[in-house]
Ligand binder design. Structure first.
Ligand code: TYD
Length: 212
């Protein structure tokens, strides 16, 4: 069987990264070969770009920024993601092209029907690789912010406050509404176990569909 490519998306502080790790462990226990990766990142070059693009002390203009995310993505897809899918693995990726549409597009004032350029750039950078399924971890920013504060994380995006988190959430939900077949909205306000159950239900359904 050809592999599967599953991306995890959502605003900052949804617990996405922890969930991804736990899901990888659960799938491995079922006998699947799983590759975990993240964006920006996943190769040596792309991790270097990550350090540049997420450095809060290094102001860069919007166009440079989206090109850097795209450059990192191109490396990542060609060297890591596409070969793993081709080899039959289940690839779990912490963020992918939808983050570009939301962070570089919808939260910067673009409307859903104004994302054409960014969509083209995504397709170019990812050489047409689209997730088989995207798990959107969603919750009220006020609730999720409590966890984020507990983590004490700080970067360029996470410093922007609650209004920004609302606009991220609305952006991701707008994408999900437009592509309900691919993007599954997961209620991320529950306990770690509850959220993992919801995610595993979606992945199990997808695995059954591709095996049928
Ligand atoms: P990270 O620390 O991994 O954040 P999180 O834990 O919330 O996933 O940093 C990734 C940041 O990069 C995140 O704030 C979203 C941002 N990003 C973009 O703006 N555009 C993109 O295309 C990608 C992949 C990420």
């Amino acid at each position: 069987m050809k592999g599967l490519f599953i991306s995890f998306e959502g605003p900052d502080g949804t617990g996405k990264t922890t969930q991804l790790k736990n899901v990888a462990t659960a799938l491995r226990a079922q006998g699947y070969e799983v590759l975990e990766s993240r964006e920006p990142g996943g190769t040596i070059m792309a991790e270097k770009v990550r350090n540049i693009v997420l450095d809060p002390d290094l102001p860069i203009n919007n166009i440079t920024e989206v090109l850097l995310f795209s450059a990192a993505r191109s490396e990542h897809v060609e060297k890591v993601l596409a070969p793993a899918v081709e080899a039959g693995k289940i690839v779990l990726c912490d963020r992918f092209s939808d983050s570009t549409l939301v962070y570089q597009g919808l939260t910067r004032g673009l409307k859903l029907d104004e994302l054409g350029e960014l969509r083209q750039l995504n397709a170019f950078a990812s050489n047409g690789l689209v997730p088989d399924m995207t798990l959107l971890l969603d919750g009220r920013p006020e609730v999720l912010a409590i966890r984020r504060d507990a983590r004490g994380v700080s970067d360029r995006y996470e410093n922007k406050g609650l209004d920004f988190q609302h606009s991220l959430r609305n952006g991701f939900l707008a994408l999900a509404e437009a592509e309900p077949e691919r993007i599954k909205v997961i209620n991320a306000e529950g306990t770690q176990e509850e959220v993992q159950d919801l995610i595993m239900q979606e992945i199990t359904a997808l695995l059954e569909k591709v095996k049928a």
